[in-house]
Design a protein. Structure first.
Length: 156
């Protein structure tokens, strides 16, 4: 029995739906290890959704910091109101993608799955660029001086 990879299976339907190149999806979303399945596009979409979900959680922790998480309490202070408004707009865009994926979970439609993937890849560079700025600022927040008193509850 011949072992087929997801890339082999994906190549069979690329032309049918004018899908993005496999290499793009692999590079951005790590789809290469998905197991063979008759619902391949659904599995790829779920992998894409995982990254979208990760991004929404990062933004949400800045916009609505959890008092139980020292990182979000510290990091949210490094964003001004304009940056938070831009983040909220990105959050809305990501949540719309999330909910489109949720809708696709209700009933499998290969064409709709393909449209979802094409749409997200079309917008991904813009989303990624915005997230790179946010992540850089989050990282830089930890270079700033931290007053122990800010987190007195954590230090006893």
């Amino acid at each position: 029995m011949e072992h087929k990879t997801i890339e082999d299976e994906y190549k069979k339907i690329v032309k049918k739906f004018e899908l993005p190149k496999f290499d793009i999806l692999e590079k951005e979303f790590g789809i290469g290890d998905i197991e063979e399945t008759p619902y391949m596009l659904r599995e790829i979409r779920k992998r894409v959704e995982d990254k979208v979900d990760d991004f929404t959680k990062i933004i949400e922790s800045i916009l609505q910091p959890d008092t139980g998480h020292i990182a979000s309490l510290h990091e949210c202070k490094f964003f001004n109101d304009n940056e938070k408004e831009d983040m909220f707009n990105l959050f809305k865009e990501l949540m719309k993608l999330n909910r489109e994926g949720l809708k696709l979970d209700l009933e499998y439609d290969e064409k709709e799955e393909a449209e979802f993937l094409k749409n997200i890849v079309k917008h991904w560079e813009k989303i990624k660029t915005k997230m790179e700025k946010i992540v850089k600022k989050l990282k830089d927040a930890w270079d700033a001086d931290i007053e122990k008193e800010q987190f007195q509850g954590y230090f006893g």
